[in-house]
Design a binder for this molecule. Sequence first.
Ligand SMILES: [Zn+2]
Length: 330
Amino acid sequence: MNIRSSIGTNVLANQSFQRAASTWGAEFHDNITVFLDFGFVTLDQRTVSSASYVRDSFTYSEFRNAIGNDVTTADDTKMFNGLSEGPSFSIYTNQTSEAPGTNFELGYLDNNAGLNNTTVTLTTANAKALGLRDSHSSTVDGVINFNSLYDWDFDPSDGIEANHLDFFGTALHEIGHTLGFSSGVDELDNNGGGQFSDDELNFVNSLDFLRFSTESEAAGADLDWTADERDKYFSIDGGLTNAAGVASAWSKGVNYGDGEQASHWALEGGLGIMDPTTDFGVGNELSNIDLTAMDVIGYDRIFSAVPEPGSMLGWLALAFCFRRHRRLTV
Ligand SMILES: [Zn+2]
């Protein structure tokens, strides 16, 4: 996988971003090119960086067939076998106008084959990896911004300087979102309180098929798609097995959950690069579970990787995920 990015005026930032792009690229052998733009802008003080990414919708049948055609690892097989057959999937959800007794916090099973039960949202990069989009389309796939309020350390090889933020690790994190580490629960969390019907909230992402709870399993749902404070676990076999070994693997939502965007691992859970926060003087690295998640949503994993050189290009898009500080800034 090749990730191309824009070039800014900061040579060290360019080199570090390219290293981060090559680090992801070297883990997967998909014959695709992902186009990203990056730069420095002033963000609010609690935000370290942000990623925006273009997304596209597909039918569940298209998604499931693509996952089936993309099986290259044992984990991929588990994922495919965990996806229910037929043109629709069921979700355990809440915060919609159909919530029981208009108590919007209460979860319920939505299995009425509506628009949200037949639609899957993918980042354009994820769609490329699944063969659902032109593999080398040069339309921008994502834009990443780093907060110019902070001092950045561009070379993690000698540790991260005190009072500096890890540029390389932050680039890895934000690139991860553009590749598809994104939950539609953030859309629910932003539009909850019964404002919309479940069919109007048709933003189940590929990553959401790895999201489960005790309640979603008891209800017989294909995934958990709630915005609340209950624990959500990580599974790559349709909820049968907890693959992270922790009860709470996912962040739960800014407004109705634990205060963190659902498009992340659990806060300070130590699971991987997609932790929602970072801090000064701290390095951030890819983990095996980060790679497992990417593998099963459509990327073709390489288990002994040789980094490929990146090349350069530029573009732009919309806003979505914000990575935060563990504490208020100085
Ligand atoms: Zn993030």
